[in-house]
Design a protein around this ligand. Structure first.
Ligand code: SF4
Ligand code: MG
Length: 270
């Protein structure tokens, strides 16, 4: 990892993440995926919004944009349209991607623009004070839900698939090698690719919900995640409370940037 730190991280920057936070694991998986694919650092842009996870862009040694809350995807869309050869990777959180940025998320999926979206899903707004997000489980506690969350959460992967994303996958920080592999496949995919990374926030989510140590939260991931392959052989009663990890959806569809280039050529009379 030391070699990867030297190559892909900006030197001597302190980070803001709490001890036991899973954000470092997800960021390491992103870096390992980039390294595995041998992407050119000068041809790779990392774009983020606001939140604990969105701080990752500032720690990485690429072309980076740390943008406004919920607006990472429109910024990334602009980069991709102007620099079609760039690999454009969005690092975002559950609140950033599905509340403030929810409209941008579904419309970018509908357009099938060639972006890779890694959603750090810690089930809560960490940085802004532990408020519930659209991915906070029903009945969980948050500073804005002291008696339990009455909202029903989105299933992020179903939302992405329903909106038109052509690559949808999920893994957890416990399953870091799988998460790395899925991010690499998402980067290689020619279209809108979403990877949900289930990650522990022991401070804002864990404390309010009495989930114990960071290690306990990671064990929870181990005990509740089931691969799509194993899931197909399990009975409904065995699947209660479990969630799927792996590639959940993959399809082919025209890519927005390529279609847009055709319009530009027509407008230029070519
Ligand atoms: Fe991580 Fe939660 Fe701390 Fe944010 S508040 S850095 S998500 S542990
Ligand atoms: Mg969050």
């Amino acid at each position: 990892m030391e070699e990867l730190i030297q190559k892909y991280f900006r030197p001597k920057l302190p980070h803001i993440w709490c001890p036991g936070c899973g954000n470092g694991i997800v960021t390491a998986c992103v870096v390992r995926a980039i390294d595995k694919l041998k992407l050119d650092q000068d041809q790779t842009a990392i774009v983020s919004g606001i939140g604990c996870s969105s701080r990752a862009s500032g720690y990485l040694n690429f072309d980076t944009l740390h943008t406004a809350h919920g607006r990472a995807i429109p910024f990334a869309t602009g980069v991709k349209l102007v620099k079609p050869a760039h690999n454009v990777i969005v690092l975002t959180g559950d609140g950033d991607a599905t509340a403030i940025g929810g409209n941008h998320f579904i419309h970018a999926a509908r357009r099938n623009i060639n972006l890779t979206i890694v959603v750090f899903n810690n089930n809560i707004y960490g940085m802004t004070g532990g408020q519930y997000s659209p991915l906070t489980p029903h009945n969980s506690f948050a500073t804005t839900a002291p008696f339990g969350n009455v909202d029903r959460p989105f299933d992020l992967c179903e939302l992405a698939k329903g909106a038109g994303a052509t690559f949808v996958a999920r893994a957890t920080t416990y399953h870091a090698p799988l998460l790395t592999d899925l991010i690499a496949q998402a980067i290689e995919h020619e279209g809108f690719a979403v990877v949900e990374a289930i990650t522990a926030c022991p401070i804002s989510f864990g404390r309010q919900n009495k989930l114990g140590s960071p290690a306990n939260m990671i064990k929870w991931q181990r005990d509740h995640a089931v691969t799509v392959e194993a899931m197909s052989k399990m009975k409904p009663e065995q699947l209660a409370g479990k969630f799927a990890i792996g590639i959940l959806h993959r399809s082919e569809s025209p890519e927005y940037g390529a279609e847009y280039q055709k319009v530009i050529r027509q407008a230029m009379g070519e």
